[in-house]
Design a protein around this ligand. Structure first.
Ligand SMILES: *[C@@H]1O[C@H](CO)[C@@H](O)[C@H](O)[C@H]1NC(C)=O
Ligand SMILES: *[C@@H]1O[C@H](CO)[C@@H](O)[C@H](O)[C@H]1NC(C)=O
Ligand SMILES: *[C@@H]1O[C@H](CO)[C@@H](O)[C@H](O)[C@H]1NC(C)=O
Length: 489
Protein backbone atom coordinates (compact mmCIF):
# COMPACT_ATOMS: atom_id res chain seq x y z
CA UNK A 1 0.00 0.00 0.00
CA UNK A 2 1.52 3.23 -1.12
CA UNK A 3 -0.04 6.46 -0.08
CA UNK A 4 -0.88 8.66 -2.99
CA UNK A 5 1.88 11.05 -3.72
CA UNK A 6 4.72 8.78 -2.85
CA UNK A 7 6.02 8.68 -6.33
CA UNK A 8 6.67 12.37 -6.34
CA UNK A 9 10.35 11.88 -6.10
CA UNK A 10 12.58 14.68 -4.99
CA UNK A 11 14.93 16.17 -7.55
CA UNK A 12 13.58 19.47 -8.71
CA UNK A 13 11.17 19.66 -5.81
CA UNK A 14 13.80 20.11 -3.17
CA UNK A 15 16.37 22.63 -4.27
CA UNK A 16 19.23 23.12 -1.84
CA UNK A 17 18.97 26.22 0.27
CA UNK A 18 22.11 27.90 -0.92
CA UNK A 19 21.24 27.73 -4.57
CA UNK A 20 18.37 29.54 -6.20
CA UNK A 21 15.69 26.93 -6.64
CA UNK A 22 15.66 25.92 -10.27
CA UNK A 23 12.46 26.99 -11.83
CA UNK A 24 11.47 29.81 -9.60
CA UNK A 25 12.58 32.27 -12.17
CA UNK A 26 10.87 30.56 -14.98
CA UNK A 27 7.76 30.58 -12.88
CA UNK A 28 7.99 34.18 -11.92
CA UNK A 29 5.09 34.89 -14.23
CA UNK A 30 2.93 32.47 -12.33
CA UNK A 31 4.23 33.62 -9.02
CA UNK A 32 2.86 37.06 -9.51
CA UNK A 33 -0.41 35.23 -9.43
CA UNK A 34 -3.49 36.53 -10.94
CA UNK A 35 -6.75 35.23 -9.70
CA UNK A 36 -7.36 32.10 -7.75
CA UNK A 37 -4.27 30.11 -8.63
CA UNK A 38 -2.21 31.54 -5.84
CA UNK A 39 -4.49 31.47 -2.87
CA UNK A 40 -3.83 28.99 -0.14
CA UNK A 41 -7.30 27.56 -0.41
CA UNK A 42 -6.51 26.75 -4.00
CA UNK A 43 -3.88 24.31 -2.86
CA UNK A 44 -6.16 22.79 -0.34
CA UNK A 45 -8.86 22.29 -2.90
CA UNK A 46 -6.55 20.80 -5.45
CA UNK A 47 -4.62 18.63 -3.10
CA UNK A 48 -7.58 16.87 -1.59
CA UNK A 49 -7.76 14.91 -4.80
CA UNK A 50 -5.06 12.68 -3.48
CA UNK A 51 -5.85 9.96 -5.95
CA UNK A 52 -5.93 12.32 -8.82
CA UNK A 53 -2.31 11.87 -9.62
CA UNK A 54 -1.77 14.48 -12.26
CA UNK A 55 -3.42 17.19 -10.21
CA UNK A 56 -1.59 16.09 -7.17
CA UNK A 57 1.75 16.41 -8.85
CA UNK A 58 0.97 19.76 -10.36
CA UNK A 59 -0.47 21.12 -7.17
CA UNK A 60 2.51 19.97 -5.23
CA UNK A 61 4.86 21.55 -7.70
CA UNK A 62 2.98 24.82 -7.44
CA UNK A 63 2.96 24.64 -3.72
CA UNK A 64 6.68 24.05 -3.55
CA UNK A 65 7.48 26.88 -5.89
CA UNK A 66 5.33 29.31 -3.97
CA UNK A 67 6.47 28.28 -0.57
CA UNK A 68 10.16 28.24 -1.34
CA UNK A 69 11.83 31.08 0.42
CA UNK A 70 8.62 32.48 1.78
CA UNK A 71 7.90 29.94 4.46
CA UNK A 72 10.85 28.50 6.24
CA UNK A 73 8.53 26.08 7.98
CA UNK A 74 10.12 23.06 9.46
CA UNK A 75 10.69 20.25 7.06
CA UNK A 76 10.97 22.29 3.90
CA UNK A 77 14.58 22.97 3.21
CA UNK A 78 16.11 22.04 6.51
CA UNK A 79 19.82 22.68 6.82
CA UNK A 80 22.19 20.30 5.12
CA UNK A 81 21.44 16.98 6.75
CA UNK A 82 24.12 14.48 7.50
CA UNK A 83 24.51 10.89 8.46
CA UNK A 84 26.19 11.64 11.74
CA UNK A 85 25.45 9.80 14.88
CA UNK A 86 22.99 10.82 17.53
CA UNK A 87 23.55 13.41 20.25
CA UNK A 88 25.18 12.15 23.41
CA UNK A 89 22.78 11.03 26.14
CA UNK A 90 23.44 14.15 28.21
CA UNK A 91 22.03 16.21 25.37
CA UNK A 92 18.71 14.43 25.63
CA UNK A 93 15.96 16.44 27.25
CA UNK A 94 13.47 13.61 27.61
CA UNK A 95 12.00 10.65 25.83
CA UNK A 96 11.90 10.76 22.01
CA UNK A 97 13.90 13.90 21.76
CA UNK A 98 16.28 12.19 19.42
CA UNK A 99 16.19 9.18 17.19
CA UNK A 100 19.19 6.87 17.24
CA UNK A 101 20.79 6.24 13.88
CA UNK A 102 23.07 3.27 13.31
CA UNK A 103 26.43 4.25 11.89
CA UNK A 104 27.49 2.66 8.61
CA UNK A 105 31.24 3.48 8.89
CA UNK A 106 31.98 2.29 5.36
CA UNK A 107 30.67 -0.13 2.77
CA UNK A 108 31.49 -3.68 3.83
CA UNK A 109 31.84 -2.75 7.51
CA UNK A 110 30.65 -5.55 9.78
CA UNK A 111 29.07 -5.23 13.22
CA UNK A 112 28.08 -8.02 15.57
CA UNK A 113 24.55 -7.93 16.96
CA UNK A 114 22.84 -9.85 19.74
CA UNK A 115 19.19 -9.76 18.80
CA UNK A 116 18.07 -13.00 20.41
CA UNK A 117 19.62 -14.92 23.29
CA UNK A 118 22.43 -17.32 22.41
CA UNK A 119 22.68 -16.22 18.82
CA UNK A 120 24.97 -13.83 17.06
CA UNK A 121 24.08 -11.90 13.95
CA UNK A 122 26.42 -10.12 11.65
CA UNK A 123 25.30 -6.88 10.07
CA UNK A 124 27.09 -5.59 7.01
CA UNK A 125 26.92 -2.07 5.60
CA UNK A 126 25.81 -2.18 1.97
CA UNK A 127 25.81 1.54 1.23
CA UNK A 128 26.05 4.90 3.00
CA UNK A 129 23.70 6.70 0.64
CA UNK A 130 21.19 5.51 1.62
CA UNK A 131 22.38 4.16 4.94
CA UNK A 132 21.68 0.50 4.17
CA UNK A 133 22.48 -2.72 6.03
CA UNK A 134 22.12 -6.44 5.51
CA UNK A 135 21.64 -9.01 8.28
CA UNK A 136 21.73 -12.65 7.13
CA UNK A 137 19.71 -15.22 9.12
CA UNK A 138 17.61 -12.54 10.79
CA UNK A 139 14.65 -14.91 10.45
CA UNK A 140 14.82 -18.68 10.65
CA UNK A 141 13.48 -20.85 7.90
CA UNK A 142 10.54 -21.86 10.10
CA UNK A 143 9.69 -18.22 10.80
CA UNK A 144 9.70 -17.44 7.09
CA UNK A 145 7.43 -20.39 6.39
CA UNK A 146 5.10 -19.30 9.14
CA UNK A 147 4.81 -15.75 7.80
CA UNK A 148 3.97 -17.08 4.34
CA UNK A 149 1.44 -19.43 5.87
CA UNK A 150 -0.22 -16.68 7.92
CA UNK A 151 -0.34 -14.38 4.92
CA UNK A 152 -2.05 -17.07 2.89
CA UNK A 153 -4.55 -17.71 5.67
CA UNK A 154 -5.33 -14.05 5.87
CA UNK A 155 -5.62 -13.77 2.08
CA UNK A 156 -3.59 -11.57 -0.21
CA UNK A 157 -4.96 -8.81 -2.35
CA UNK A 158 -3.66 -7.30 -5.55
CA UNK A 159 -1.30 -4.50 -4.59
CA UNK A 160 -2.28 -2.14 -7.33
CA UNK A 161 -5.39 -1.89 -9.36
CA UNK A 162 -5.75 0.69 -12.05
CA UNK A 163 -7.09 3.92 -10.61
CA UNK A 164 -10.57 4.52 -11.89
CA UNK A 165 -11.65 7.65 -13.77
CA UNK A 166 -12.57 10.49 -11.48
CA UNK A 167 -9.74 12.61 -12.55
CA UNK A 168 -11.28 13.57 -15.85
CA UNK A 169 -13.89 15.76 -14.19
CA UNK A 170 -11.39 17.11 -11.75
CA UNK A 171 -9.13 17.95 -14.64
CA UNK A 172 -11.87 19.89 -16.32
CA UNK A 173 -12.39 22.00 -13.23
CA UNK A 174 -8.73 22.75 -12.91
CA UNK A 175 -7.90 26.30 -13.67
CA UNK A 176 -4.24 26.17 -14.62
CA UNK A 177 -3.22 27.33 -18.03
CA UNK A 178 -1.47 24.99 -20.43
CA UNK A 179 1.49 27.34 -20.39
CA UNK A 180 1.86 26.96 -16.64
CA UNK A 181 1.70 23.18 -16.82
CA UNK A 182 4.20 23.22 -19.65
CA UNK A 183 6.61 25.34 -17.65
CA UNK A 184 6.36 23.01 -14.70
CA UNK A 185 7.13 19.99 -16.82
CA UNK A 186 9.90 21.65 -18.80
CA UNK A 187 12.66 20.81 -16.39
CA UNK A 188 15.61 22.16 -18.36
CA UNK A 189 13.64 25.18 -19.55
CA UNK A 190 14.53 24.78 -23.17
CA UNK A 191 10.99 25.48 -24.31
CA UNK A 192 10.45 21.88 -25.32
CA UNK A 193 9.16 18.82 -23.52
CA UNK A 194 11.58 15.95 -23.95
CA UNK A 195 10.18 12.49 -23.39
CA UNK A 196 12.23 12.10 -20.23
CA UNK A 197 10.71 15.24 -18.80
CA UNK A 198 7.29 13.70 -19.23
CA UNK A 199 8.49 10.38 -17.79
CA UNK A 200 9.71 12.05 -14.62
CA UNK A 201 6.14 12.62 -13.61
CA UNK A 202 5.31 8.98 -13.25
CA UNK A 203 1.95 9.83 -11.77
CA UNK A 204 0.87 11.21 -15.12
CA UNK A 205 0.43 7.60 -16.12
CA UNK A 206 -2.30 7.34 -13.47
CA UNK A 207 -0.98 4.03 -12.18
CA UNK A 208 0.38 2.75 -15.44
CA UNK A 209 4.15 2.69 -15.75
CA UNK A 210 5.17 4.84 -18.68
CA UNK A 211 7.99 3.91 -20.99
CA UNK A 212 9.41 6.04 -23.78
CA UNK A 213 7.54 3.82 -26.23
CA UNK A 214 4.23 4.39 -24.47
CA UNK A 215 4.74 8.12 -24.75
CA UNK A 216 5.57 7.92 -28.42
CA UNK A 217 2.50 5.76 -29.07
CA UNK A 218 0.37 8.20 -27.18
CA UNK A 219 1.75 11.16 -29.06
CA UNK A 220 0.92 9.54 -32.33
CA UNK A 221 -2.54 8.39 -31.18
CA UNK A 222 -3.59 11.88 -30.08
CA UNK A 223 -1.52 13.57 -32.81
CA UNK A 224 0.39 15.52 -30.20
CA UNK A 225 3.60 15.77 -32.15
CA UNK A 226 2.71 16.59 -35.74
CA UNK A 227 6.28 17.33 -36.77
CA UNK A 228 7.32 13.95 -35.34
CA UNK A 229 10.52 15.18 -33.74
CA UNK A 230 9.81 13.44 -30.44
CA UNK A 231 9.59 16.61 -28.38
CA UNK A 232 6.61 18.84 -27.72
CA UNK A 233 6.90 22.55 -28.23
CA UNK A 234 4.71 24.89 -26.24
CA UNK A 235 2.66 25.39 -29.34
CA UNK A 236 2.10 21.67 -29.79
CA UNK A 237 1.34 21.29 -26.11
CA UNK A 238 -1.25 24.07 -26.21
CA UNK A 239 -3.01 22.43 -29.12
CA UNK A 240 -3.12 19.10 -27.30
CA UNK A 241 -6.62 18.27 -26.17
CA UNK A 242 -6.32 16.79 -22.71
CA UNK A 243 -9.63 15.02 -23.22
CA UNK A 244 -8.20 13.09 -26.15
CA UNK A 245 -5.29 12.20 -23.94
CA UNK A 246 -7.56 10.85 -21.22
CA UNK A 247 -9.74 9.07 -23.72
CA UNK A 248 -6.66 7.41 -25.13
CA UNK A 249 -5.45 6.35 -21.70
CA UNK A 250 -8.91 5.04 -20.83
CA UNK A 251 -9.04 2.87 -23.94
CA UNK A 252 -5.65 1.27 -23.43
CA UNK A 253 -5.62 -2.38 -22.54
CA UNK A 254 -3.54 -2.47 -19.42
CA UNK A 255 -2.21 -5.71 -17.96
CA UNK A 256 -0.60 -6.19 -14.56
CA UNK A 257 2.87 -6.03 -16.07
CA UNK A 258 2.15 -2.48 -17.27
CA UNK A 259 1.53 -1.22 -13.76
CA UNK A 260 3.96 0.44 -11.41
CA UNK A 261 3.59 -2.53 -9.12
CA UNK A 262 2.67 -6.12 -9.89
CA UNK A 263 2.28 -8.10 -6.68
CA UNK A 264 -0.16 -9.23 -3.99
CA UNK A 265 0.08 -8.33 -0.35
CA UNK A 266 -1.57 -8.51 3.04
CA UNK A 267 -1.00 -7.04 6.50
CA UNK A 268 -0.23 -8.99 9.66
CA UNK A 269 -0.97 -7.41 13.02
CA UNK A 270 2.11 -7.32 15.24
CA UNK A 271 0.85 -5.61 18.38
CA UNK A 272 0.25 -7.08 21.78
CA UNK A 273 -1.60 -10.35 21.59
CA UNK A 274 -0.30 -11.19 18.13
CA UNK A 275 1.33 -14.52 17.30
CA UNK A 276 4.55 -14.92 19.27
CA UNK A 277 6.67 -15.07 16.13
CA UNK A 278 5.26 -11.74 14.97
CA UNK A 279 5.92 -10.29 18.42
CA UNK A 280 9.41 -11.65 18.42
CA UNK A 281 10.17 -10.11 15.03
CA UNK A 282 8.97 -6.77 16.33
CA UNK A 283 11.23 -7.06 19.37
CA UNK A 284 14.19 -7.88 17.14
CA UNK A 285 13.44 -4.85 14.98
CA UNK A 286 13.43 -2.65 18.08
CA UNK A 287 16.82 -4.05 19.09
CA UNK A 288 18.16 -3.75 15.59
CA UNK A 289 17.22 -0.11 15.06
CA UNK A 290 17.60 1.10 18.69
CA UNK A 291 14.44 3.12 18.12
CA UNK A 292 12.06 3.75 21.05
CA UNK A 293 9.74 0.78 21.34
CA UNK A 294 6.74 3.12 21.49
CA UNK A 295 7.54 4.36 18.03
CA UNK A 296 8.02 0.90 16.58
CA UNK A 297 4.91 -0.47 18.32
CA UNK A 298 2.76 2.27 16.83
CA UNK A 299 4.03 1.74 13.32
CA UNK A 300 2.37 -0.04 10.44
CA UNK A 301 1.70 -3.76 10.73
CA UNK A 302 3.88 -6.23 8.88
CA UNK A 303 3.24 -6.25 5.17
CA UNK A 304 3.75 -9.59 3.45
CA UNK A 305 4.17 -9.42 -0.31
CA UNK A 306 4.06 -12.13 -2.94
CA UNK A 307 5.46 -11.62 -6.43
CA UNK A 308 4.62 -14.34 -8.92
CA UNK A 309 6.80 -14.99 -11.95
CA UNK A 310 6.53 -11.79 -13.97
CA UNK A 311 6.04 -9.66 -10.84
CA UNK A 312 7.96 -6.44 -10.22
CA UNK A 313 7.82 -3.09 -8.46
CA UNK A 314 9.42 -0.20 -10.32
CA UNK A 315 11.79 1.97 -8.33
CA UNK A 316 10.03 4.25 -5.87
CA UNK A 317 10.46 5.93 -2.49
CA UNK A 318 8.74 4.43 0.53
CA UNK A 319 8.02 7.92 1.87
CA UNK A 320 6.75 11.12 0.40
CA UNK A 321 8.73 14.37 0.35
CA UNK A 322 8.71 16.61 3.39
CA UNK A 323 6.92 19.92 3.15
CA UNK A 324 5.20 21.93 5.84
CA UNK A 325 1.84 21.12 4.30
CA UNK A 326 2.50 17.39 4.20
CA UNK A 327 0.66 15.35 6.78
CA UNK A 328 1.77 11.88 7.71
CA UNK A 329 -0.88 9.22 7.32
CA UNK A 330 -0.07 7.83 10.76
CA UNK A 331 -0.27 11.05 12.79
CA UNK A 332 -3.10 12.62 10.86
CA UNK A 333 -5.89 11.22 12.97
CA UNK A 334 -4.54 12.62 16.18
CA UNK A 335 -4.05 16.11 14.85
CA UNK A 336 -6.89 18.35 13.86
CA UNK A 337 -5.28 19.64 10.75
CA UNK A 338 -7.06 19.21 7.51
CA UNK A 339 -4.11 18.03 5.54
CA UNK A 340 -3.82 19.25 2.00
CA UNK A 341 -1.33 16.55 1.12
CA UNK A 342 -0.94 13.23 2.82
CA UNK A 343 1.82 10.71 2.60
CA UNK A 344 3.25 7.78 4.52
CA UNK A 345 6.17 8.80 6.69
CA UNK A 346 8.44 5.81 6.90
CA UNK A 347 11.67 6.68 8.63
CA UNK A 348 13.03 3.15 8.33
CA UNK A 349 12.24 0.24 6.05
CA UNK A 350 13.11 -3.26 7.24
CA UNK A 351 12.68 -5.76 4.41
CA UNK A 352 12.76 -9.52 5.03
CA UNK A 353 13.31 -12.12 2.33
CA UNK A 354 11.08 -15.07 3.08
CA UNK A 355 12.31 -17.47 0.39
CA UNK A 356 15.12 -18.13 -2.06
CA UNK A 357 13.92 -16.95 -5.44
CA UNK A 358 14.66 -19.20 -8.40
CA UNK A 359 15.23 -16.34 -10.84
CA UNK A 360 15.38 -12.55 -10.57
CA UNK A 361 13.52 -10.65 -7.84
CA UNK A 362 16.54 -8.72 -6.57
CA UNK A 363 16.03 -5.47 -4.70
CA UNK A 364 17.61 -2.71 -6.75
CA UNK A 365 18.95 0.60 -5.50
CA UNK A 366 19.78 2.28 -8.79
CA UNK A 367 21.55 5.30 -7.27
CA UNK A 368 22.99 3.84 -4.06
CA UNK A 369 26.24 5.60 -3.18
CA UNK A 370 26.23 7.54 -6.42
CA UNK A 371 28.38 10.64 -6.15
CA UNK A 372 25.47 12.89 -7.08
CA UNK A 373 21.76 12.48 -7.61
CA UNK A 374 20.22 14.06 -10.62
CA UNK A 375 16.73 12.99 -11.49
CA UNK A 376 17.26 13.82 -15.13
CA UNK A 377 20.20 11.48 -15.50
CA UNK A 378 18.16 8.72 -13.92
CA UNK A 379 15.73 8.96 -16.79
CA UNK A 380 17.25 9.16 -20.22
CA UNK A 381 15.08 9.18 -23.28
CA UNK A 382 15.47 5.48 -23.88
CA UNK A 383 16.87 4.22 -20.60
CA UNK A 384 14.93 4.63 -17.41
CA UNK A 385 16.98 3.36 -14.47
CA UNK A 386 13.80 3.17 -12.41
CA UNK A 387 12.43 0.47 -14.70
CA UNK A 388 12.92 -2.78 -12.79
CA UNK A 389 11.58 -4.93 -15.57
CA UNK A 390 14.25 -3.80 -17.98
CA UNK A 391 17.16 -2.05 -16.33
CA UNK A 392 17.87 -3.63 -12.98
CA UNK A 393 21.33 -4.65 -14.17
CA UNK A 394 22.28 -1.05 -14.92
CA UNK A 395 21.77 0.38 -11.46
CA UNK A 396 24.40 0.73 -8.74
CA UNK A 397 23.32 -1.91 -6.25
CA UNK A 398 21.27 -5.08 -6.38
CA UNK A 399 20.52 -7.36 -3.44
CA UNK A 400 19.83 -10.99 -4.16
CA UNK A 401 16.94 -12.35 -2.12
CA UNK A 402 18.07 -14.98 0.35
CA UNK A 403 15.74 -16.72 2.75
CA UNK A 404 15.91 -15.23 6.26
CA UNK A 405 18.02 -12.19 5.36
CA UNK A 406 16.82 -8.77 6.49
CA UNK A 407 17.94 -5.52 4.92
CA UNK A 408 17.13 -2.18 6.43
CA UNK A 409 17.65 1.41 5.44
CA UNK A 410 16.75 4.97 6.36
CA UNK A 411 14.39 6.75 4.01
CA UNK A 412 15.19 10.11 5.58
CA UNK A 413 18.35 11.94 6.37
CA UNK A 414 18.95 13.27 9.83
CA UNK A 415 18.02 16.90 10.43
CA UNK A 416 21.34 17.32 12.22
CA UNK A 417 19.51 17.63 15.55
CA UNK A 418 18.69 13.99 15.98
CA UNK A 419 15.29 14.04 14.33
CA UNK A 420 14.03 13.27 10.86
CA UNK A 421 15.17 15.64 8.12
CA UNK A 422 14.69 15.59 4.39
CA UNK A 423 13.90 12.53 2.38
CA UNK A 424 17.00 10.66 1.19
CA UNK A 425 16.69 10.55 -2.57
CA UNK A 426 19.34 7.86 -2.77
CA UNK A 427 16.87 5.50 -1.05
CA UNK A 428 15.11 5.03 -4.37
CA UNK A 429 14.59 1.28 -4.78
CA UNK A 430 12.46 -1.31 -6.50
CA UNK A 431 11.82 -5.01 -6.91
CA UNK A 432 13.34 -6.53 -10.04
CA UNK A 433 11.35 -8.72 -12.38
CA UNK A 434 10.88 -12.24 -11.02
CA UNK A 435 11.95 -14.34 -13.97
CA UNK A 436 11.28 -17.73 -12.42
CA UNK A 437 9.49 -19.00 -9.33
CA UNK A 438 7.75 -16.93 -6.67
CA UNK A 439 9.20 -14.26 -4.42
CA UNK A 440 7.99 -13.70 -0.88
CA UNK A 441 9.08 -10.73 1.22
CA UNK A 442 7.81 -8.87 4.25
CA UNK A 443 8.17 -5.17 5.10
CA UNK A 444 8.29 -3.48 8.46
CA UNK A 445 7.99 0.27 8.18
CA UNK A 446 8.79 2.43 11.15
CA UNK A 447 6.69 5.54 11.00
CA UNK A 448 8.02 8.82 12.31
CA UNK A 449 6.55 12.23 11.60
CA UNK A 450 9.27 14.68 10.51
CA UNK A 451 7.34 17.17 12.60
CA UNK A 452 8.52 16.22 16.07
CA UNK A 453 5.61 17.87 17.88
CA UNK A 454 3.09 15.95 15.85
CA UNK A 455 4.92 12.68 16.50
CA UNK A 456 5.05 13.32 20.25
CA UNK A 457 1.38 14.21 20.32
CA UNK A 458 0.60 11.02 18.42
CA UNK A 459 2.60 8.95 20.92
CA UNK A 460 0.75 10.55 23.79
CA UNK A 461 -2.65 9.98 22.25
CA UNK A 462 -1.87 6.37 21.42
CA UNK A 463 -0.71 5.77 24.98
CA UNK A 464 -3.85 7.42 26.33
CA UNK A 465 -6.10 5.38 24.04
CA UNK A 466 -4.37 2.18 25.09
CA UNK A 467 -5.02 3.02 28.73
CA UNK A 468 -8.61 4.17 28.26
CA UNK A 469 -9.59 1.17 26.26
CA UNK A 470 -8.50 -1.16 28.97
CA UNK A 471 -8.21 -3.53 26.09
CA UNK A 472 -4.77 -4.73 25.21
CA UNK A 473 -5.22 -4.97 21.48
CA UNK A 474 -5.69 -1.36 20.55
CA UNK A 475 -6.79 -0.55 17.09
CA UNK A 476 -4.19 0.84 14.85
CA UNK A 477 -6.71 3.41 13.74
CA UNK A 478 -4.31 5.42 11.77
CA UNK A 479 -5.13 4.58 8.23
CA UNK A 480 -8.37 3.27 6.90
CA UNK A 481 -6.46 0.96 4.64
CA UNK A 482 -5.15 -1.03 7.55
CA UNK A 483 -8.52 -1.55 9.15
CA UNK A 484 -8.60 -5.18 8.07
CA UNK A 485 -5.30 -6.04 9.61
CA UNK A 486 -6.41 -7.73 12.83
CA UNK A 487 -5.93 -11.45 12.91
CA UNK A 488 -7.72 -13.93 15.05
CA UNK A 489 -5.12 -16.50 15.82
C1 LIG B 1 -8.39 18.81 18.43
O1 LIG B 1 -9.67 19.32 18.65
C2 LIG B 1 -10.24 18.94 19.89
C3 LIG B 1 -11.68 19.45 19.93
O2 LIG B 1 -11.88 20.52 19.08
C4 LIG B 1 -9.39 19.50 21.02
O3 LIG B 1 -9.93 19.12 22.28
C5 LIG B 1 -7.97 18.97 20.89
O4 LIG B 1 -7.14 19.52 21.86
C6 LIG B 1 -7.42 19.25 19.48
N1 LIG B 1 -6.15 18.60 19.31
C7 LIG B 1 -5.09 19.21 18.79
C8 LIG B 1 -3.87 18.39 18.60
O5 LIG B 1 -5.10 20.38 18.48
C1 LIG C 1 18.65 -20.64 0.38
O1 LIG C 1 19.87 -20.26 -0.19
C2 LIG C 1 20.95 -20.29 0.73
C3 LIG C 1 22.19 -19.74 0.04
O2 LIG C 1 22.20 -20.01 -1.31
C4 LIG C 1 21.17 -21.72 1.20
O3 LIG C 1 22.24 -21.76 2.13
C5 LIG C 1 19.90 -22.19 1.87
O4 LIG C 1 20.04 -23.54 2.25
C6 LIG C 1 18.72 -22.04 0.92
N1 LIG C 1 17.52 -22.35 1.67
C7 LIG C 1 16.53 -23.07 1.17
C8 LIG C 1 15.38 -23.35 2.05
O5 LIG C 1 16.54 -23.46 0.01
C1 LIG D 1 25.75 9.41 -10.64
O1 LIG D 1 26.94 10.13 -10.45
C2 LIG D 1 27.61 10.56 -11.61
C3 LIG D 1 28.89 11.22 -11.17
O2 LIG D 1 28.64 12.29 -10.31
C4 LIG D 1 26.69 11.49 -12.38
O3 LIG D 1 27.30 11.87 -13.59
C5 LIG D 1 25.37 10.81 -12.67
O4 LIG D 1 24.49 11.72 -13.28
C6 LIG D 1 24.77 10.30 -11.39
N1 LIG D 1 23.56 9.55 -11.67
C7 LIG D 1 22.37 9.94 -11.27
C8 LIG D 1 21.23 9.05 -11.64
O5 LIG D 1 22.17 10.94 -10.64
Amino acid sequence: MEAAGNAVTGGPLQPPQDEPPPGRDRLSGIQKCGGSVCSRSYFVVVMVFVHVYILNVIALLFYVYYSNGTEPGEGAGSPAPDNRAVPRPEEMAGPYTYLPRIEGIKVGHKQILELVPNKIHEMRTLSLKPLLFEIPHFLTEDECKLLIHLARLKGLQTSQILPIDGYKEAMENLDISKTDIFNLLDHNQDGQLQIKEVLTHSRLGNGRWMTPDNIREMYSAVKADPDGNGVLSLDEFKKLNLRDFHKYLGKQKVTMSDLVRNSQHTWLYQGEGAHHVLRSIRQRVIKLTHLPSEIVENSEPLQVVQYDTGGHYHAHMDSGPVFPETACAHTKLTTNETAPFETSCRYVTVLFYLNNVTGGGETAFPVADNRTYEEMSLIQNDLDLRDTRKNCDKGNLRIKPRLGTAVFWYNYLSDGKGWVGDIDEFALHGGCLVTSGTKWIANNWINVDPNKQRQLWFQQEMARLAKDDGEKQKDWAVDKSYKDMHMDL
